[in-house]
Design a binder for this molecule. Structure first.
Ligand SMILES: Cc1cc2nc3c(=O)[nH]c(=O)nc-3n(C[C@H](O)[C@H](O)[C@H](O)COP(=O)(O)O)c2cc1C
Length: 356
């Protein structure tokens, strides 16, 4: 382990990653009817050309009501699966792997495109009243009412169906988005979960929806397909009810026992995070603690921007994967550049050989 570096392969069940660099999910707000198009092909495809081992798609809704904005991607029908196949095939042709991030936005549903200010769209204006663990209203933009137990079961089924569709589309892996203030997070954090039925109250009940979903997905996807879960390791709130890192360690241990292979440790999502709390590698300690206390494979994410920084996270064994978002928007070829900088010899697409 001591000699691991950013370009050491990693085997997770049947998936071999050629290095430790992962493209973090990034909503593109560019789909229509949940269908990926040429934008997604070029956007995800160019990061595959750029040498990332694994590309995780943007948050992809498991049902129409799971969407955050009308231009999110989806995977609840066959047409969407076929559109994804094209992207998956191109990524594979470049020697990279691709996972789909499955998601339900819960109380964060029914918002306009960022170009239109990401404002809440009420039912009168063509949107819907989102549903969540509890009738929360985080600020003026999020409204919701509580899901019934039957509706919760429907959502769980949507995740399971979406997982089966992901297998059909050819994805190498699935990541459940259980962070950033979206539905799973709305259940496990008692900051917003005020239920008093089997999905609220105790820690075990609040994580119940996520754990049940994981168990059911594990039953329908191939044994050799890894399952990732992205969590918010902390709520970044001082409130007594806030979710804390100790809760995340406990949750990660339970997820691991139920067949989850990788935890990506992100954070926050209910409140705006003060910029002073964001600095290089600011969330790495969450991945490190979860990894050291549970032994699960972890991805570190947040303000990782340089080859040396990403390499240090891996060589010092703080995390197993460097999950990078915005730096990949600046430079799709970050891995090729990182290899050159760190003097590692990795395959370069022949079309680009003269540049590296
Ligand atoms: C444009 C954009 C869209 C994002 N969309 C998602 C998303 O769909 N799912 C998700 O889990 N995180 C999403 N994120 C968060 C990133 O994956 C990442 O956790 C965050 O940007 C911190 O990493 P960075 O400092 O490398 O950008 C998004 C971030 C950006 C910049």
């Amino acid at each position: 382990m001591a000699n691991n570096n950013l370009f050491t392969p990693l085997q997770i069940r049947g998936l071999e990653l050629k290095n430790r660099i992962v493209v973090s999910p990034m909503q593109q707000y560019s789909a229509t009817d949940g269908l990926v198009n040429n934008w997604h092909l070029v956007h995800l495809g160019s990061r595959a050309v750029g040498g990332a081992a694994l590309i995780i798609t943007e948050a992809t809704a498991v049902s129409p009501r799971g969407m955050n904005t009308p231009n999110d991607t989806g995977i609840w029908n066959d047409e969407q699966v076929n559109a994804w196949k094209n992207v998956v095939q191109f990524v594979h042709e470049q020697g990279a792997k691709i996972a789909v991030q499955l998601w339900h936005s819960g109380a964060k549903g029914s918002h306009s495109h960022p170009r239109d200010g990401m404002k809440y769209i009420s039912a009168e204006n063509g949107g819907w009243l989102p549903k969540s663990a509890s009738p929360i209203k985080l600020d003026d933009t999020y409204h919701s009412e509580a899901l019934s137990v039957e509706e919760i079961a429907d959502i769980r089924s949507s995740f399971v169906n979406a997982a089966m569709r992901a297998v059909t589309a050819g994805f190498d892996s699935i990541e459940l988005h259980a962070g950033h203030g979206y539905l799973f997070h709305q259940f496990y954090s008692s900051y917003v979960n005020r239920r008093d039925d089997e999905y609220g109250g105790s820690f075990e009940r609040r994580i119940g929806l996520l754990v049940e979903t994981v168990k059911q997905i594990r039953q329908v996807i191939p044994e050799d397909m890894p399952l990732f879960v992205r969590i918010s390791a902390v709520d970044y709130l001082e409130d007594d009810d806030a979710w804390r890192i100790e809760d995340s360690v406990k949750l990660s241990r339970i997820l691991k026992e139920n067949g989850v292979d990788v935890i990506t440790a992100s954070a926050g999502g209910f409140v705006f995070l003060d910029k002073s709390r964001v600095y290089p590698s600011y969330q790495v300690p969450f991945a490190e603690k979860i990894k050291s206390e549970t032994g699960i494979i972890t991805g570190a994410v947040g303000a990782i921007t340089s080859p040396e920084q990403a390499n240090e996270i891996i060589t010092s064994n703080k995390a197993d994967l460097a999950v990078i978002a915005r730096e990949f928007l600046r430079d799709p070829y970050f891995p090729l550049r990182a290899a050159a900088k760190l003097e590692k010899d990795i395959p370069v697409p022949f079309q680009y050989k003269r540049a590296f």
